[in-house]
Write a protein that binds this ligand. Structure first.
Ligand SMILES: Nc1ncnc2c1ncn2[C@@H]1O[C@H](COP(=O)(O)OP(=O)(O)OP(=O)(O)O)[C@@H](O)[C@H]1O
Length: 235
């Protein structure tokens, strides 16, 4: 069971505060949807959780430690933050083999995760030939490689077709049922309503709401994020 805690987490870029004193917990054995308008600070928060950005103040803790203090990060945390960071000329399976080798994970995990994300038939294709949805699946395969107790996913449904979204939902539900901690940032409220147990809503870097998924998620979201929601706060 992997516990995640945010304590006064703050990130400033110059005089812009992207993440503003966020304090909340993410429970194990559940899918937590992380919601907020464009520019609300979701990606920055997740990047700090997985050690890709340094907090200005405060901390993001995984089982009481910062990401950089974890002894086996890939076995503890699986992250999908952007599906563009691939070498286009590399084959899907080779990409995962390199990750496995770096993390000292058994090669057998590569074929297991390729199967889990439905890419077995495409594993020898070069990544440049992959569709966006296939890249998302490859990114997820990388996140699953170390069989981690915590999944941190930023817009994982991007580019997935309806069958892909149903598959992703089942995967996240299964992981949570097995005791994993699953934190998913998304814009797609309908998808979150179907997948998540709990929601966190942020706006202007601040926590606006934390609680179980409610029947009318859209109303909750709109009231917590105010009239600015539709105003295109793309940062
Ligand atoms: N490297 C950076 N330098 C300067 N400002 C940044 C940087 N990264 C993020 N920001 C700013 O921080 C704020 C939060 O951005 P962030 O990407 O975390 O929001 P988000 O909730 O993930 O948005 P979206 O839903 O559009 O992906 C925005 O105003 C953004 O412009």
């Amino acid at each position: 069971m992997t516990q995640v805690q945010f304590r006064g987490l703050t990130k400033r870029y110059g005089d812009r505060t992207a993440v503003d004193a966020l304090t909340f917990d993410v429970p194990a054995g559940a899918v937590t949807g992380f919601l907020g308008p464009n520019g609300a600070g979701k990606t920055t928060t997740l990047r700090m959780l997985v050690g890709l950005a340094r907090p200005t103040t405060g901390e993001a803790l995984i089982d009481g430690r910062r990401y950089t203090q974890l002894s086996q990060p890939r076995r503890t945390v699986g992250a999908l933050l952007e599906a563009n960071g691939f070498h286009p000329g590399r084959r899907g399976r080779d990409h995962l083999l390199i990750l496995a080798e770096e993390a000292k994970l058994p090669k057998a995990r590569v074929d297991a995760v390729l199967d889990e994300v439905g890419l077995t038939d495409a594993k020898h294709q070069r990544i440049r030939t992959y569709s966006l949805g296939m890249r998302q699946r490859l990114g997820l395969a990388g996140a699953l490689l170390g069989d981690p107790g915590l999944l941190v996913l930023d817009e994982p449904a991007n580019g997935l077709d309806p069958a892909g979204m149903a598959w992703l939902r089942a995967l996240l539900r299964r992981r949570a049922a097995e005791g994993s901690t699953v934190l998913v940032a998304s814009h797609v409220l309908a998808e979150v309503a179907q997948t998540a147990d709990r929601i966190i809503i942020v706006h202007n870097g601040q926590l606006r709401h934390a609680g179980p998924v409610e029947p009318d998620l859209e109303s909750t979201f709109l009231s917590m994020t105010g009239a600015e929601t539709g105003a295109g706060h793309a940062g």
